[in-house]
Design a protein around this ligand. Sequence first.
Ligand code: AQP
Length: 331
Amino acid sequence: MQRIFSGIQPTGIPQLGNYLGAIRNWVALQADHECIFCLVDLHAITVWQEPEVLRQQTLAQTAVLLAAGIDPKAHILFNQSAVSAHARMGWIFNCVSRLGWLNRMTQFKDKAGKDRENHSAGLYVYPNLMAADILTYKATRVPVGDDQRQHLELANDIAQKFNHDYGVEFFPAIEALIPPAAARIMSLRDGTKKMSKSDPSAQSRIEMTDDADTIALKIRRAKTDPEPLPTEPAGLLDRPEARNLVDIYAVLAGITAGEVLARHGGEGFGPFKAALTEVLVQTVVPIADETRRLLKAPDHLRAVLRDGAGRAAEIAEPIVSEAERLVGFLK
Ligand code: AQP
């Protein structure tokens, strides 16, 4: 059975993009993979996090993942900082990875913007730690959204360079599992920007804890253009907001964008948004309700993470110890 590693940052409440691009896929992969799912709190602090909020968000994300169908007994769910192997492997990879490789990472450029000098060194080396997260478990498959493709290519480069430098076949090749549909869900306020849980505007995203009224309001307010929906997908090409809403509908209803337009093409956004709200409510509200129930028992959520961290460390420790021996650390 192939081993999967995937992570999500506890930087806010998971949004629809996290769910459709990652979490939903994680749930399905549990059937035929050995899965390790991680709340990557070391990554979260690459940008400022209020300490108490970070703790709360770690628990809230745990609740959303359980509510969405992650099985913490059959698989492993834990928070990254609880397993020291990540930081140890991350440091080794900081020394294997090249500045030239990191300079090409578009996520750093997007997140740092023009104010590059004022961002943490952690944000810059983030992809090295992400490579460490995966390779500390010698995971071979990584389900991620399309936005993470470049980081996974870098992880493969790091693994290959490590193997080459130390003359071993220690780390395996990693395969990105990117869902064909829903690879990138865009902001409800700007169809050219990805939906993000840390976007300052809560109106830009559907959160996986939103209730039916909130979803309806956010979709009613979602940015669109004055034209009715086209009848063919080609008509969506230069209409990013319309395309995003059609894509979201298609993924949730399990149909193609063409099929959505066969049903709704020619309609104004009013009726289409009502139909979209209905499919969103069907998916999001049961998860939101279950999340609220689970959040009433924070001790249970902490116990789930503690148990997961113990089992993750059992896998990670021999691998990181061997990597440390290979680089020459005295044991
Ligand atoms: N808009 C998106 N569409 C599709 N997939 C997405 N993912 C995130 N946003 C979208 C996927 O969710 C997984 C977990 O992401 P993350 O929390 O580790 O970091 P992120 O990609 O930076 O997500 P956010 O929501 O944008 O977080 P912040 O605002 O903190 O930066 C990944 O597999 C990602 O592909």
